[in-house]
Design a protein around this ligand. Structure first.
Ligand code: NAP
Length: 266
């Protein structure tokens, strides 16, 4: 069995990928907090320091790099500081460390997980993801980059936090194309099977919704009735939101409504 090493294998996407790969591959996970699943080879480490990186890549055929550190995603809302800076230690420094180690270990496929729309990054976190993509694309290791749109879990978390406000001003016309991390994980298994192939087709959810529709569906599934005020979105924001969708790309099958009903709370 080929070994697939995964960073971020404990996260929302990574845990789905691990579940899909276990029957056919030896799966190794780099994590700060190893789990107990005996079918997984756990490497305790930290991309921010480089601990565990050589052990993660040793004898691995494929390395899937899905670890990330987004303060906005962790909190579920953007703090003013997130518009100013984002810590680079995992997404840029950690990616560099992994690339160097993967090249030295002759890894045959470095698969980097990224985000639709990072070509024209607006937030510091997205700039880090874009920088990481650039590092991957010039590295001395065969690579692929697979981008996805916003995951359902994150939209759910963000709306859950936003709905704590007494009233919510919402640029309701903005487009959003949320995708199930499980559907995207299936696509990643296809990328792994196909081997290194450069930029892969972008991957998004089955529907492009307006933010207004997405919120309405969320409120109905979660039984919430917070008052929402529609505000006009500036042209620049509309352009950014549209860049983060991929109506012409590959599409998952799980709709936002289906996902919400299958996941009663974050
Ligand atoms: N969320 C979205 O909407 C979205 C959309 C498109 C693409 N993506 C991309 O998909 C990938 C996975 O995202 P996700 O939403 O599944 O992430 P997530 O659930 O927030 O998981 C983050 C993962 O990163 C690992 N990690 C964080 N800091 C680390 C460190 N210092 N050293 C080693 N590992 C570290 C965590 O592992 P431990 O805590 O176990 O150490 C965890 O497994 C990322 O590349 C992300 O940019 C996300």
């Amino acid at each position: 069995m080929d070994t697939v090493a995964i960073t971020g294998g404990t996260g929302h996407l990574g845990s789905e990928l691990v579940r899909l790969l276990k029957p056919t591959h030896q799966v190794r996970i780099l994590t700060r907090r190893p789990g107990t699943d005996p079918e997984v080879e756990w490497v305790q480490g930290d991309l921010a320091t480089g601990q565990g990186v050589p052990e993660t890549v040793a004898d691995a055929h494929t390395l899937v790099h899905a670890a990330t550190w987004s303060p906005t995603a962790q909190r579920g809302f953007a703090h003013p500081v997130d518009f100013w800076r984002s810590p680079p230690d995992v997404d840029v420094d950690g990616t560099s460390r992994l690339l160097e180690a993967a090249a030295a270990a002759k890894v045959q496929h470095f698969l980097y997980v990224s985000i639709v729309g990072v070509d024209r990054p607006t937030m510091p976190y997205l700039r880090l993801k874009h920088t990481a993509e650039e590092l991957v694309s010039v590295a001395d290791v065969p690579w692929s980059i697979a981008r996805a749109t916003l995951f359902h879990w994150l939209l759910d978390r963000m709306l859950g936090r936003a709905m704590r406000l007494p009233v919510l001003p919402l640029p309701g016309a903005l487009p959003v194309q949320p995708v199930d991390a499980r559907d995207f994980a299936e696509y990643l298994t296809e990328c792994i099977r196909n081997g290194a192939g450069g930029r892969r087709e972008d991957y998004g959810g089955p529907e492009v919704l307006s933010l207004r529709e997405a919120v309405r569906t969320w409120q109905s599934a979660r039984g919430r009735t917070r008052r929402v005020f529609n505000v006009a979105a500036p042209k620049r924001l509309r352009r950014i939101a549209a860049d983060m969708t991929c109506p012409g790309g590959r599409r998952g099958k799980t709709t936002w409504d289906e996902w919400l009903h299958a996941h009663p709370g974050d």
